[in-house]
Design a protein around this ligand. Structure first.
Ligand code: FES
Length: 87
């Protein structure tokens, strides 16, 4: 498991195994707009300020994935303990 931190408030939210980042945030009252929830449409695209993403989508290009500055929180996760999001 890992945590996401909201840059605007400094709030940290834990993401359990089997739970998506979108679901973890939603449980804390933070809504991310979603559509496909399968990493295909790009609706949930979120900027990443710190940390490394475990990209599991089919939307970003390999070059975009390698920058670790954005990810799709409906399906993608983190390889670092904390991911700081521009939220
Ligand atoms: Fe479609 Fe996340 S909701 S990529």
């Amino acid at each position: 498991s890992f945590e996401v931190r909201l840059a605007s408030s400094g709030r940290t939210v834990g993401v359990a195994p089997g739970q998506s980042v979108v679901q973890a945030l939603q449980a804390q009252g933070v809504e991310i707009l979603t559509s496909c929830e399968q990493g295909v449409c790009g609706t949930c695209l979120t900027r990443v300020l710190e940390g490394q993403c475990d990209h599991r989508d089919h939307y970003l290009t390999d070059e975009e994935k390698a920058r670790h500055d954005q990810f799709l929180p409906c399906c993608s996760r983190a390889t670092t303990p904390v991911l700081v999001l521009d939220l």
